[in-house]
Design a protein around this ligand. Structure first.
Ligand code: 13P
Length: 259
């Protein structure tokens, strides 16, 4: 296994500033220097500042937003720019989560504009892709993933892509308790890497970390991370409690060190 795992907590619409601070106060003491794993927390926008303060002094945990606008400023009521995120200490931005696509109508072109902005300013995008159950049952997994990658990553710089993160989240596995099997995850990740190779070349594609997301728990992390193209996890429900999220971080780190 060549790529160091990256485990990210997507808190979605959970945890205001006080709860975020309480999580971090309980989570940081669980970490030690022997962990071989990048750790990212993505609280709601309003909790980023409190989270940054609570994390101060820890270089083991990075902060991410759950979304971002593609313009730097302007008349975009309710939106947040990359500059604002960087000012508050975010290093990553989750883009194109399936909930953003399905509930808020985000499409590949919009996600592409956001990814370009991230690269321009030096934020690391975590770009989400994944098929619905209907698409899987209709035999369209590859078609959907190819479209999301080709359109979502169009025109992006290979050098910056090497540092970027892709999150494969099959929609049917999100919040359902129905995790993809390690084989299903590996198959989709290998296909995504094949498309990334076509788009950016082998050297870059081999560096891009592809996270799996969808009902990841401490107990199923190792078998997922042990797959050759699974390089981390994007975690919803099981990231809301410090011990449970730490269990995922530790399992990923142990699997990486053993491999
Ligand atoms: P769950 O871990 O709750 O299935 O959510 C996955 C997800 O959507 C992370 O972005």
């Amino acid at each position: 296994m060549t790529r160091k795992p990256i485990i990210a907590a997507n808190w979605k619409m959970h945890k205001g500033p006080a709860d975020s601070t309480a999580f971090i106060s309980a989570f940081l003491p669980l970490l030690d220097a022997s962990l071989s794993c990048d750790i990212v927390l993505a609280p709601p926008f309003v909790s980023l500042a409190a989270s940054a303060s609570a994390l101060a002094g820890s270089d083991q945990v990075g902060l991410s937003s759950q979304n971002m606008h593609f313009e730097e400023k302007g008349a975009f009521t309710g939106e947040i720019s990359s500059g604002m995120l960087q000012e508050i200490g975010a290093r990553y931005a989750i883009l194109g989560h399936s909930e953003r696509r399905a509930i808020f109508g985000e499409d590949d072109a919009l996600i592409n504009a956001k990814a370009k902005r991230c690269h321009e300013v030096g934020l690391v995008p975590i770009i989400c892709i994944g098929e619905t159950l209907e698409e899987r049952d209709g035999g369209k997994i590859e078609e959907v993933l190819r479209r999301q990658l080709e359109k979502g990553l169009a025109g992006l710089d290979a050098g910056k892509m090497a540092e970027s993160v892709i999150a494969y989240e099959p929609v049917w596995a999100i919040g359902t308790g129905r995790t993809a099997t390690p084989e299903q995850a590996q198959e989709a990740h290998a296909f995504a890497r094949k498309v990334l190779t076509e788009l950016f070349g082998t050297e870059t594609a081999e560096k891009i970390r592809i996270q799996y997301g969808g009902s990841v728990k401490p107990g199923n992390t190792a078998e997922l991370i042990n797959q050759p193209d699974v390089d981390g996890a994007l975690v919803g429900g099981a990231s809301l409690e410090p011990e449970s999220f730490y269990g995922i971080v530790k399992a990923a780190s142990d699997a990486y060190q053993a491999g």
